[in-house]
Design a protein around this ligand. Sequence first.
Ligand code: ZN
Length: 240
Amino acid sequence: MRVAVISDIHGNIDAFKAVVEAAKDVEEWWCLGDVVGYGAAPNECMALLLSLPHVAIPGNHDWAAIGKLSAEDFNPEALSCVRWTGEVLQPEYVAYLSELPVTRVCHEFTLVHGSPRAPLEEYLLRAAEAEANIAFFTTPICLVGHTHRAALFTRDGMESHPTVYALPKGDSVKGMKALCNPGAVGQPRDGDPRAAYLMWDSETGKLTWHRVEYDVERAATRIIAAGLPTIEAVRLQLGS
Ligand code: ZN
């Protein structure tokens, strides 16, 4: 089976559509949260996600937007985006997001937004932080989002710009522990504005990181037109 792993769509329908187009013919979509917040098309992104065969967990912006998580530590721009999102988000999507479990297990993978020990809060940016989380999941791989940076953390150090990672075959996979971040669909922060996603092929055991061009200008224009902070449009163009 082929699975596309996505995270941090952040209301960016232009980026999300480009990823769906690029990863077509996958059997399942695993979404690691933050479908909404920052971007100007939260309802469109929710509708597209729900039209796909998918499993999902919530991100901190999803739950802040629906009032299920405090936004007091958000910066002023993120806060105004999340408030706007809460006002425009359709009731059925509010209900859907509020019911999601913060952690899920699918095949050999644990799915969380931030980290296994603090699913909605912790950012895994460095190998030491990833290492400290190894004891908090029991599957071979933990899939995380939240940092908006593609990453692979293994026990023997960190590879910050992964492209492909082959899981061991058979029983040896059970002894392994690694954490993988697909990067962000809708707001990359690694200097590359292209949308990011991860593919898992259960036949080959390979995880592959992908980037896709999309109409960044269009997504930026939507943010300005919605009256959201200009900085959120600018950062899409910079990938920061
Ligand atoms: Zn996010």
